[in-house]
Design a protein around this ligand. Structure first.
Ligand SMILES: Cc1ncc(COP(=O)(O)O)c(C=O)c1O
Length: 459
């Protein structure tokens, strides 16, 4: 590999100001950015152009599942690009089929559609639902408050946060929001036009809020009763981040085994009859082990930094989007699929699901200890595996920085100065979404740095 991909130089020119000037002149200012100009990374660390090193606990918003410059990923990229990077979906190619088969091991019977981003994957779910309800005139999709489903026009129409919609009306019709984790609110909201429910297993942008097991099971039952599709947005919480392939598999562990597909040693092969039953049942779920959504959107960690999205559709609905009904030029390219397949192989081989669970526990326990010790700084800690959030107490008196900026941004500035990257959620929550191959020593380093900042804020 060495001769193909030389390591980046450890020290690079201090041209932060010049890079920022280019952005000011040529880049649409749709993002609020921190004044950090990144240069390269290695494992869980990132380096800026001035030579500062950061422990990356944000993972590029849950994307960099194998950290940075992972040699196996670089090699997969280079190898595949030597063969074929792109071909149109008029043709077949091996990496797309193999990736679908590899992912399918972790779910029940169903099929995949590959695209390029989470927003695009959700668009696919919306079209699937509309197709499903079309002949009966049903089209409405119920979503939840504080959800996030992407920045496309339909994505912001589905999202339960006013701030993403502001100034872009009118919205795409056919979406309505109800409170999250409130089954009764969902039941009451169903109209004759409702065709599907869409939820995140763990709300990410909304501040790291996991669905309760009762809620998920109740939604499944509701959808079965009312002949609606249960759609899950796993863009942020999926792909082993919570310690299982899908967040609901982790969430439902507490009430008995969640649906356990074939794949790893832990997963018994689902019987076809089970799938049949669950596919045809209209009258509710009796056991959590039967739980499966009807369709799932995925992206982010799937490609570990290479853009790829996907949605999976459960068997009885897998052929609804038939030839000519949906497509995207780059979707499931040989290059993207070869990389995603390698990512999956590394995660499985190195049991990074277990790592996410164990280090997630370490981080969560450490943060909870801090919250107990310093309730004036951290009010709550939430999350599963390596999808964690801590909420800052309101009005932390010693928090430095421009009071016009949110507490989350001001806290992040302190983290950056101390050499840690993390991600804000709303105005008051700090999210940790680190690489799934984070090391114990790195998790401990992160905790130590957060603890030092928190202790100082108490004064
Ligand atoms: C739950 C969820 N859905 C959808 C999206 C949109 O994904 P993308 O930014 O890849 O379009 C995101 C992005 O943060 C997300 O967190």
């Amino acid at each position: 590999m060495k001769e193909i991909v030389p390591s980046p130089p450890p020290v690079v020119r201090n041209d932060a100001a010049a890079v920022q000037a280019l952005f000011q002149q040529y880049i649409v200012p749709s993002y609020g950015r921190f004044p950090i100009v990144l240069s390269h990374g290695a494992g869980s660390y990132l380096f800026d152009v001035t030579g500062n090193r950061y422990l990356d606990l944000g993972g590029g918003i849950a994307v960099s599942s194998l950290g940075h410059a992972h040699p196996a990923i670089t090699e997969a990229l280079v190898e595949q690009s030597r063969k074929i990077m792109h071909c149109s979906n008029f043709y077949y190619h091996e990496p797309q089929g193999r990736l679908a088969a590899g992912l399918a091991k972790h779910l029940g019977q169903g099929k995949f559609f590959f695209c390029n981003s989470g927003g695009e994957a959700n668009e696919g779910l919306f079209k699937l639902a509309r197709r499903f309800g079309h002949d009966e005139g049903r089209f409405e999709i119920l979503t939840t408050l504080n959800s996030f489903h992407g920045r496309t026009l339909a994505g912001i129409s589905a999202t339960g946060q006013e701030k993403v919609r502001k100034g872009f009306g009118p919205m795409v019709s056919g979406f309505r929001q109800v409170p999250f984790n409130d089954l009764e609110a969902m039941r009451v909201a169903i109209s004759p036009a409702t065709v599907a429910i869409l939820v995140e297993g763990v709300q990410g942008e909304g501040g790291i809020t996991p669905a309760t097991p009762e809620y998920l099971l109740g939604l499944r039952q509701l959808c079965d009763e009312k002949k609606m599709l249960l759609l899950m947005d796993s863009v942020q919480c999926g792909h082993f981040r919570t310690g299982r392939f899908q967040s609901w598999q982790r969430i439902l562990e507490s009430v008995g085994q969640a649906f356990q597909p074939a794949g790893s040693g832990d997963f018994p092969v689902p019987r076809a009859s089970e799938l049949e039953n669950s596919a045809n049942r209209q009258t509710g779920m009796s056991a959590p082990q039967s739980f499966l959504p009807d369709a799932i959107s995925m992206a982010k960690a799937l490609g570990a930094g290479f853009p790829i999205g996907a949605f999976w559709v459960r068997a009885p609905y897998a052929d609804l989007l038939n030839a000519g009904s949906h497509g995207t030029t780059y979707g499931g390219s040989p290059l993207a699929c070869a990389v995603a397949l390698k990512v999956l192989e590394v995660i499985e081989r190195e049991r990074l699901d277990k790592n996410a669970r164990e280090l997630g526990e370490l981080l969560k326990t450490g943060l909870q200890r801090l919250a107990a010790q310093y309730p004036g700084v951290i009010s709550t800690v939430r999350g599963l595996g390596l999808m964690l959030g801590f909420e800052l107490a309101p009005n932390i008196p010693n928090l430095p920085g421009d009071p016009a900026k949110s507490q989350a941004v001001r806290f992040l500035n302190l983290l950056h100065a101390a050499g840690v990257l993390a991600i804000p959620a709303g105005t008051n929550v700090i999210r940790l979404l680190p690489p799934l191959n984070l090391r114990r020593s790195e998790a401990e380093e992160g905790l130590r740095i957060v603890a030092a900042i928190v202790a100082k804020l108490v004064g």
